[in-house]
Design a protein around this ligand. Structure first.
Ligand code: AMP
Length: 115
């Protein structure tokens, strides 16, 4: 299923892209939840974590190395940051193209919203 992220990756829809290579694209979230809020996305259309195959393991690892580089570039590496991946309804996933959220720039509070 193609989503808006595919159009951002191809450049068809404009976005604030901070990093791109042949495997991964990263761009600023349109509705930031922290001073730094960047989405790190595999160029390959993988809908959710449930759809990751063994052949994708290297690609998924690359999301982390790209996240690390972006954190350094954004100046948040030393103070720290949070990486989050939502999956399906209970995870609160809205866009069904796998993506990693990178949050930083302030203390981020408790890990999960209390009920
Ligand atoms: P998730 O709930 O994990 O699926 O997160 C989807 C994220 O995509 C949300 O944080 C949205 O604010 C963000 N988003 C949706 N459309 C765009 C867009 N056109 N450009 C940048 N971020 C977007």
């Amino acid at each position: 299923m193609t989503t808006i992220f595919t159009k951002i990756i191809s450049g068809e829809i404009k976005s604030d892209v901070v990093y791109q290579d042949e495997q991964v694209t990263a761009f600023r979230d349109i509705n930031p939840q922290a001073p730094v809020h960047i989405l790190i996305v595999p160029n390959k259309e993988i809908p959710t974590v449930n759809d990751i195959e063994e052949e994708d393991e290297k690609l998924i690892g690359r999301l982390f190395t790209v996240a690390k580089k972006i954190a350094q570039k954004e100046g948040i590496a030393e103070d720290g940051y949070r990486i989050l991946v939502n999956c399906n309804k209970h995870g609160g996933q809205e866009i069904f193209h796998l993506h990693m959220h990178l949050f930083g720039g302030r203390r981020l509070g408790p890990m999960i919203m209390r009920r």
